[in-house]
Design a protein around this ligand. Structure first.
Ligand SMILES: Cc1cc2nc3c(=O)[nH]c(=O)nc-3n(C[C@H](O)[C@H](O)[C@H](O)COP(=O)(O)O)c2cc1C
Length: 180
């Protein structure tokens, strides 16, 4: 399909503002495939972890990334109070762990019974056998719409043994591996 039909605004037509609704936005965002991560936090507020795809690097000096977390999630308040989190980039064989951390039906503390979770030297909850790991301190939290954008300083990063990634695209999981 070519864009630019009657629903769309021609670049030279300033009389009609571009409109999109939430469902249309979500349908289009589903085409934006992303790595699947579990963010985990621990500290005074207790441990909490959820599956996320909204993780993006910001700068390599200082090493930093952003994570967008829904304000309705218990993870939001826990991250704010604990001030630290780990970003565990899942490998292709960690789809089951992703499912457990993506549902409200499992108690947040019990989620850590699925997967090989350990405590790092820095005191972060980290998942063994992930594709990559970032340990972070929260630097800034910016509220925007339904979500909080957490700006995080990366205190440590690790590259895992698995080169096979887990991708979420078209509302489904996909396994990818390096081109041979
Ligand atoms: C592939 C995938 C990506 C997700 N990405 C995000 C995200 O970036 N931010 C977010 O707040 N929730 C995201 N979620 C939803 C949360 O995982 C889910 O709402 C949360 O785990 C529910 O737990 P809670 O009720 O304890 O908050 C995602 C879910 C899936 C399956």
């Amino acid at each position: 399909m070519r864009y630019g039909g009657s629903r769309h605004v021609r670049l030279n037509d300033e009389s009609r503002p571009f409109m999109t609704d939430s469902l249309q936005f979500k349908a289009a965002m589903a085409r934006l495939g992303s790595a699947v991560c579990i963010i985990a936090t621990d500290g005074p507020c207790g441990r909490y972890g959820i599956t996320v795809s909204a993780v993006t690097s910001v700068s390599d000096d200082p090493p930093s990334l952003i994570v967008c977390v829904n304000r309705n999630s218990g993870a939001n308040a826990a991250i704010k109070e604990n001030g630290a989190l780990s970003v565990n980039v899942l490998s292709s064989d960690q789809e089951e762990v992703s499912g457990v951390f993506a549902t409200s039906k499992v108690d947040p503390r019990e989620r850590f019974n699925t997967g090989d979770w350990v405590v790092s030297e820095r005191g972060n909850l980290i998942l063994n056998d992930s594709a990559a790991l970032f340990e972070c301190e929260v630097d800034k939290a910016v509220e925007y719409g339904t979500h909080t954008v957490f700006f995080c300083k990366v205190t440590d990063s690790h590259v895992g043994a698995s080169e096979n990634g887990l991708i979420y695209h078209g509302r489904a999981y996909h396994h990818i591996r390096p081109f041979e």
